[in-house]
Design a protein around this ligand. Sequence first.
Ligand SMILES: Cc1ncc(COP(=O)(O)O)c(C=O)c1O
Length: 372
Amino acid sequence: MIPFLDLKAQYATIKPEIDAAIQGVLDSCQFTLGSAVASFEEDFASYCGTRHAIGVNSGTSALHLALLAAGIGAGDEVITVPFTFVATVSAIHYSGARTVLVDIDPQTFNIDPDRIEAAITERTQAIIPVHLYGQPADMDPILEIARRRGVMVIEDACQAHGAEYRGRRVGSMADIGCFSFYPGKNLGAYGEAGMAVTNVDRHARTIRMLRDWGAEQKYRHELKGYNYRMEGIQGAVLRVKLTHLEAWTAARRAHAARYDELFSGSAIATPQASPDVRHVYHIYAIRTRQRQLWQDALTAKGIHTGIHYPVPVHLLPAYADLGYKRGDFPHSERAADEVLSLPMYAELAPQQCVEVVEAIRELDEATKSAGR
Ligand SMILES: Cc1ncc(COP(=O)(O)O)c(C=O)c1O
């Protein structure tokens, strides 16, 4: 059996450190925010190369508060992509703004900068590029358009901890960067957690207030805030895990290189990493028109895969009110029909990569000889 992800294998490698960190929170009884969260914030800000990091209870909350800190609300428009996890668009909805979608570049699965300007109106206040699968979006043209047109940029870095674009860490390039520490992420909590990072002091202050009921001083609520605090146990766990992240990222990149090499010479469409990025392979997705057939056959062999994501946001019933229809974003729609995420986690063994690729190459041969 080859799982898609193996959190137990990871825990086994760091158990004593994690157990001690959790025990420390139990001893201190600092269950929300507190010193473990503050220390993790400091470490994560320095990891991202930003002045500030503000711990919250999910990546969705980080995006929501980033939008509010940017002053975005009803009557405004925010540009993002349909080929993302629904949370990107949900956060825009929570802020009161309207989501305007732009199609992806089919090579990278990220926002196509050449399509952004046509979507900008006098109501546009922000662009949210999503660094999908762990590959940074093409930030320089995005930042240039944003500067020229006077709109903010908020990075959805929820899948891209430690990824780099032309030597810059994700989260540090735009006005605000948002991370998720959902357990399956490259840096995952033992529960829900997220983080907003920024170099702008006033954004940091606003997000810090909004996550904790809009008050800097207890019961002196200056803003209409939220209960979006990070839990102490999550801060403690994440602080330990951050010290391992570079080694885990190196392992993921080695697995991806192994997959690439094992697939070479076949016609199977593998991920395309741009030359000027450090892709951190949260997801390693191949593309196939026979996805359902292949996924079922792999499952039958004990090889577990994922689909990220089967329906682009503009075709989800929940967001039908955005007013888009099938055909509006052909690259996103095709990607949603074809992507298949292969097993990917640091503890994956090289031999397991070989088994996965052999099984897929067999399926590819069978597909070809069946003339499909
Ligand atoms: C691209 C993207 N944006 C936002 C989120 C939301 O993060 P969370 O699940 O921590 O709320 C996620 C992860 O789930 C994500 O993958």
